[in-house]
Design a protein around this ligand. Structure first.
Ligand code: ZN
Length: 146
């Protein structure tokens, strides 16, 4: 498998509206709006930082994974996302290596990405997301990369 870079850090927040001011007003990161991923019961907001991004995650339902995370641990870094060249190849490689996967097949993430999560039991307690994005998207100025 080929990892290209850290794509983003996912941070669970109670409210994007209340939480985003630190990232925008104080750190000066651009805010490009929010996107709700219905299947994952989450609203996301991406803030580009150089080659990577910060992703704030707010739950849309008390049953969602982010709501459960907040209940257990409170706000904080919920996952680390690596961009991979080919997510199917990466998943079959990891499966072959016996790595415990949450998603054996890619699912739809924010910004049209294809994503899959690895189990924290296999990754020193870190929820790791793999994501694959359309080639060339980075090159378009001002286009959301989330
Ligand atoms: Zn993510």
């Amino acid at each position: 498998m080929k990892i290209l870079k850290i794509d983003h850090l996912g941070i669970a927040v109670k409210s994007i509206d209340n939480g985003k001011n630190f990232w925008t007003d104080i750190l000066g990161l651009p805010f490009e709006g929010t996107e709700t991923v219905v299947e994952q019961k989450v609203t996301t907001a991406f803030f580009p930082v150089g080659e990577s991004e910060v992703e704030l995650l707010e739950s849309t339902s008390p049953e969602g994974p982010i709501a459960k995370y907040l209940e257990k641990r409170g706000e904080g870094i919920q996952h680390v996302a690596f961009r991979v060249e080919n997510i199917e190849k990466a998943l079959s490689y990891l499966k072959e290596k016996g790595v415990l996967l949450i998603d054996e097949k890619p699912r739809k993430g924010a910004g049209g990405a294809r994503i899959a999560f690895l189990h924290p039991k296999a990754t020193n307690g870190v929820l790791v997301e793999l994501c694959e994005r359309q080639a060339g998207k980075d090159a378009l100025p001002g286009q959301h990369d989330g």
